[in-house]
Design a protein around this ligand. Structure first.
Ligand SMILES: NC(=O)c1ccc[n+]([C@@H]2O[C@H](COP(=O)([O-])OP(=O)(O)OC[C@H]3O[C@@H](n4cnc5c(N)ncnc54)[C@H](OP(=O)(O)O)[C@@H]3O)[C@@H](O)[C@H]2O)c1
Length: 329
């Protein structure tokens, strides 16, 4: 089941550090899929902020060196392990996770982390599905217990997870409020399911959110930058409201009393902790959304593999997200 070529271009990390430790190499061995694995010819790979934290060596989870980053690939099945029946050579697919790393021309993935890619979507959009949409679904429903008729504030809605959350929440009957840091990001949110958009760089934006929700507050907040917003979020919630901590880059002081007056909750979200059954639930919802036509990943900045270091710089020091960042392979 060997691939057509034995070596490939792939990004390798030999030491933890800044973006400069991402090295594009042209003589990396093409991995061979084991019995329950598939080999994918990668066309595009999503860039997730967590890949920059892991690369820096400051994240709790550290892969063995050297390694290739990247979990959200979209491409075509090149070969399959002997026990794989769900896929065959030539199938278009996207992944939630890879075993060998997605910033590469080929990647091996466990067959149960691979999903068919609809003809409705191109490979760049396929690379924008896995982590963002599964996380958004998990935050809204598996952890946030969202119900139709409730309101949700997607705090940081212009990036990969945020736009996914706006699309899913709107399709499931929630009232959707979203924030972005630019006018363009706000317009993008409004085109992707939000009823109302706010600029989180506007000093008065939380007052505007309060005016929009009224004294009842918002039922759920999907929070992308908890270290900045958690204290304020607690003031925006309804009774029994809940903040879903999806993104966090540091510490913040809060007053726990703010949760008492509303019996509100702060809930951490980790896609990594999803069970097999929960992942299956996410996948079913996502594949149904694609089929129905409301789930349309929005691709933002695109970089060739050669520019991977620049991609890692830009996703952290962003001047304004406009959808999911992807690497083109
Ligand atoms: N818990 C999990 O399992 C999980 C899974 C996936 C991702 N995450 C985390 O979730 C976060 C978002 O991921 P992503 O892939 O969507 O990243 P992304 O595409 O880079 O988007 C980042 C988002 O954060 C927004 N933002 C910037 N400043 C903000 C502020 N002051 N308040 C609120 N939002 C602000 C950005 O808006 P502008 O650029 O328009 O200012 C943008 O919408 C990251 O921290 C990531 O590590 C966690």
């Amino acid at each position: 089941m060997a691939a057509t070529r034995n070596v490939m271009r792939a990004v390798r990390v030999f030491e933890f550090g800044g973006p400069e430790v991402l090295k594009l190499q042209s003589d990396v061995l093409v991995p061979v899929p084991k019995e329950n694995q598939v080999l994918i010819k990668v066309h595009a790979c999503g860039v997730n902020p967590v890949e920059t934290y892991i690369r820096s060596g400051t994240y709790a989870r550290k892969p063995a060196l050297p390694y290739t980053p990247g979990s959200d690939v979209a491409g075509v099945i090149e070969s399959v392990g002997e026990h794989v029946t769900a896929f065959k050579k030539g199938d278009r697919v996207f992944t939630l996770e890879t075993l060998s790393g997605g910033y590469a021309e080929y990647a091996v993935a466990a067959a149960n982390r691979v999903y068919p890619l609809s003809d409705k979507l191109d490979f760049r959009q396929g690379a924008a599905i896995g982590v963002p949409y599964f996380t958004a679904y998990r935050a809204l429903f598996q952890k946030g217990c969202a119900k139709a008729g409730e309101s949700v504030l997607v705090h940081g809605a212009s990036g990969g997870v945020g736009l996914a959350a706006c699309q899913i929440a709107r399709a499931c009957g929630l009232k959707v409020l979203g924030t972005a840091g630019t006018e363009e990001g706000m317009n993008m949110i409004l085109r992707n399911g939000a009823h109302h958009a706010f600029n989180h760089r506007d000093p008065n934006y939380t007052e505007k959110i309060k005016a929009c929700t009224g004294p009842g507050g918002v039922n759920i907040i999907i929070e992308m930058l908890s270290n900045v917003n958690l204290d304020t979020d607690l003031q925006l919630l309804s009774c029994a409201g809940r903040v879903m901590v999806v993104g966090c880059r540091g510490r913040i002081e809060i007053n726990p009393r703010d949760t008492m007056s509303r019996e509100s909750s702060i809930v951490g979200v980790s896609l990594l902790l999803a069970t097999e059954e929960e992942r299956h639930e996410c996948a079913t919802a996502v594949l149904d959304g694609i089929e129905a036509g409301w789930l349309k990943p929005v691709v933002g900045l695109e970089y060739p593999l050669e520019k991977v270091a620049k991609a890692h710089e830009d996703i952290i020091c962003s001047s304004g997200a406009r959808g999911k960042m992807v690497l083109l392979v």
